[in-house]
Structure formats: C-alpha cells, structure tokens
Design a binder for this molecule. Sequence first.
Ligand SMILES: [Zn+2]
Length: 379
Amino acid sequence: MTMRFAFSISATDGAARTGVITMRRGAIRTPAFMPVGTAATVKAMKPADVHATGADIILGNTYHLMLRPGAERVARLGGLHRFMAWERPILTDSGGYQVMSLSALTKTSETGVAFASHLDGSKHMLTPERSMEIQRLLGSDIVMAFDECTKNGVDREEAARSMERSMRWAKRSRDAFDAGGEHAPRAALFGIQQGSLDQDLRRQSAEALMEIGFDGYAVGGLAVGEGQEAMFATLDFAPGQLPGDKPRYLMGVGKPDDIVGAVERGIDMFDCVLPTRSGRNGQAFTRTGPLNIRNAQFAEDQAPLDAACGCPVCGTWSRAYLHHLVRSGEILGAMLMTEHNLWFYQQLMADLRAAIMERRLAAFAQDFRSNYCAPRVAE
Ligand SMILES: [Zn+2]
C-alpha cells in the first residue's frame, strides 16, 4: 500500500524543522520551495529541468487553469500531471487569492465569489465546493481549502469577519474534499490560517482549523503588503499556534531573506513567482544579493552569475552573454535566467535543510544575511 500522506521530522533547531513529506507521487524534502507553474508550465522550463534544480513539488493555479484550458478539459486529457508531463507531486491553490487580485467585477457572498474572467469577461463562480471539484479534476496531490485572503490594513472587526468566513469555508472545503470519490484517498487537504496580524484572531483561526482537521496548515494572509518586519512579527507566534506534527506552509513567500527568516520561525513550505518572474525580467539572485543583468557594467563581465552556484547556467555561460541575450530579448535569456534562479532557490533550501540537520541554523542565517543583505558597492 502506498502512502497517502505522511510527515516525518528528522531534526529541529530552535523553531525550525527539517524532514520529509511522503506521498504516492514522491517525497518532498522540507523546508521545501515550490516553483510556480501557473498555467500548467513553470514558465520557460521543461519539467525535467525543473526537477534537476532540486524541486520535489510544483504549484499549479486553480484560477488560471479553470479559465484556460479548463479543469474539465484537463481531466479528459488525463489530469494535470499527464497533461504537462510532471509526474511528481503538485500542490494547487484554491483560486481564492487570484480571483480577488486578477479578475474584475468580483462579488463575494457567503456562498463564494462571483467574478468575470480577466481573459474574456466570461462569468464564473468559485465556491468551496467548486474549488474542491476543480482541484480534483486537475488531479492535485495537495489541495488547498478555499479561503478569503484578508486584505492588509483592515481593522480588527473586518479581519475577524473575514477570518470567520474563511473558517466556515474551510469546513465546507473539508466536506466537499471528503466527498470527492477516488481522489480523496490519494490526496491531501491543507487548511489556511487567517487573522491578519492579530495574535488572538490567529489563535482562534488555528483552533477552528484543528477542530476540522487537515493534513497540513498554511499561514495565509501574509506577504500582502505588510512588510517583512510585520510578517516576521506575526510568524513569531502564528506557526506555533498550528500543530507541530503537520507541515506549515507560508503562501506566496518570498524573497530569499524572507524564506530564511520564516524557516527560522518554523515554516516548512514556500511558493513564490519571484525566481521565475524576475528571471524573465533580467534579475538574477546571487549569494551577495540580486543583480540586474541588463546593467551596462555586465556587458563584458566574463564571470558567471554567481561564482558559488552549481547550476548548469553558471557552469557554462558568462554574465556578458546573459546580458546580451536579455538585452536582445532572446528567448534563451529568459530560459537561462529562470533556470539559474530556480537552482539558486533550491540550493538555498538544501543549505537550510543541512544547517537544521546539523543544528547550526543560526550561524548559517547570520552568514547568509551578512552576505545577501550587505549594502551593494559599485553596481
Ligand atoms: Zn547558477
């Protein structure tokens, strides 16, 4: 019998943990970074190249896939894994966040969110039940409960109202997931904690989710404009309110220094478009901080993007060549910048896992920050 979902922690260091999630499509080493495969593709990367970076799992977006090519069509074509030829685990978001941030004419009620597609204006409805159905049609391995991402800066009354609605939707998500026939015994369902930056609301949300029961727990509603200091202040208490024996996922985060700080505070899983999107825009991540390869100073720079990087791009091509490709708008420029950035993120996760295993995370994090966050000279 294959394992549906198990999380085992190999070592802890302070609040940080390293371990492995076991699922039938493969193991996920934690802390894990999930590249974002919005439209059934991690942009500019073939699946085998994504796996070569060290990624154990990718993320797919319910909102985008339901609109194009459509969840029913993906199901008729054998599911998302077969469609895109990625056989390892896939986590899908619920669509709740993107429907609010991308579509026009949204109307939220207790039932769900009615909206017009950002592609063609067609009318759709997302509810906890429809979100579970779409994620089932896609064949998702880790399904996210449908929630309302509380906006940054709302008052406590509004944060409480929003969180309480998300908890009612979490229960409806659980019930709809469990009624999902053959999919439910093969997949996992994660709940999402809300409550803005408020410690008491976060505790109430955690208790409501634990009462329902999930395979893992996400910290939602962060990285929505509150800033790193406020995010870290919330992460000083929010992960500790969630079950210690289940994975904790910080949605939509983040910059490399955000990830290091969140791992120190007990987060196990991350996703972010930053390495892929910024790669296409000419930004490369390095151990001494991000650099913009378009800058004239790199026109004749024969060094690799990052001398400490073990990726195929840094092993083959110079900053000067990448500068030329990106400035010329060549497709290969977007491909190579993306590949390096995903390698950079996965090497960081591997370094974090090793540091926790050897109980030297504080020293690693201090060293990382002193290199990464130091003021840049002469760029
Ligand atoms: Zn590299």
